[in-house]
Design a protein around this ligand. Structure first.
Ligand code: HEM
Length: 252
């Protein structure tokens, strides 16, 4: 498809994704700021540094990793302009998400228990898996970006895997955050006597719900058929699956 056309996802879906994303960002920020005593160290000997890293972990993972990588997934769905521009913005945003994710995990390495100390939980294992897949996917995307002239057939074969691994990793990141929220809330409710129906518990549950909603909307927007506007011909918008495949092909 030429430069005179653009392909998008129906606007309400994108609007809903942004709205849910804002809600999620607001909830995690509110939790970290208004209930920061929940992030205080478990032992009296732990440093103030631990507290800062403890607050930074959910902020980096939710806003920096999940929200920005979701935005990167949506880039091909709304950004007008050339394929190369879309690829660059997609790669850049995924790079920012990767850096935030690595930093967010590093904050836990700096915590009370050290590097290996925390790797007992399902949350940490899932986190490591999603971050490793995300990193591998980003490196593959980066290499393919600089090999523009690659054989078309090879790109065609790789594309479905790129899409599958990308969406799988995104879903895994959302699931990992859910286990992190559950683990933290369970800890607060059992060890720090946090009431099961208090405002903080509601905020964390609301954040969990917001994340699953966001994940569903982003994945739906990513897999929904593209909606093409042929401006030059001024015809009615059409759905096209074969066109979609060709366009998609040039966008990895
Ligand atoms: C995509 C999102 C997330 C990823 C990939 C992730 C990843 C990780 C990893 C790899 C660790 C282990 C680090 C170490 O052993 O030093 C960890 C620890 C932890 N994370 Fe997350 N995390 C995410 C979101 C969250 C959220 C939203 C919370 C909520 C507060 C959270 C709470 C914790 C806690 C309490 C620990 C320490 C206990 C444990 O290892 O299970 N995480 N996270």
């Amino acid at each position: 498809m030429g430069a005179s056309s653009s392909s998008t996802t129906p606007l309400p879906l994108l609007f809903l994704a942004r709205l849910t994303g804002l809600l999620v960002a607001a909830l995690v920020s509110f939790w970290a700021l208004a209930f920061n005593s929940s992030f205080l160290p478990h032992s009296a000997t732990a440093s103030q540094e631990y507290f800062v890293y403890s607050v930074l972990h959910p902020l980096c993972m939710v806003i920096g990793f999940i929200l920005i990588s979701g935005e990167a997934i949506l880039v091909h769905r709304w950004l007008p302009g050339s394929t190369s521009l879309k690829k660059s913005v997609h790669l850049f945003l995924q790079g920012v998400a990767l850096a935030s994710g690595i930093f967010g995990i590093w904050t836990k390495f700096r915590g009370e228990n050290g590097i290996v100390g925390n790797f007992y939980s399902l949350h940490s294992w899932m986190g490591l898996l999603s971050m490793s897949l995300f990193g591998a996917q980003w490196i593959t995307g980066f290499v393919s970006f600089w090999h523009i002239g690659e054989v078309r057939r090879v790109r065609m074969k790789v594309l479905p895997w790129h899409v599958f691994v990308g969406l799988y990793t995104y879903g895994l990141a959302v699931a990992t955050a859910e286990t992190g929220l559950l683990e933290k809330l369970t800890f607060l409710q059992t060890k720090r006597n946090l009431s099961k129906r208090c405002t903080e518990s509601m905020v964390v549950n609301g954040l969990g719900l917001g994340l699953v909603l966001l994940g569903g909307i982003v994945i739906l927007a990513a897999v929904s058929p593209k909606y093409h506007h042929r401006q030059a011909l001024k015809t009615k918008p059409v759905y096209s699956s074969s066109d979609r495949d060709t366009k998609h092909l040039s966008s990895i």
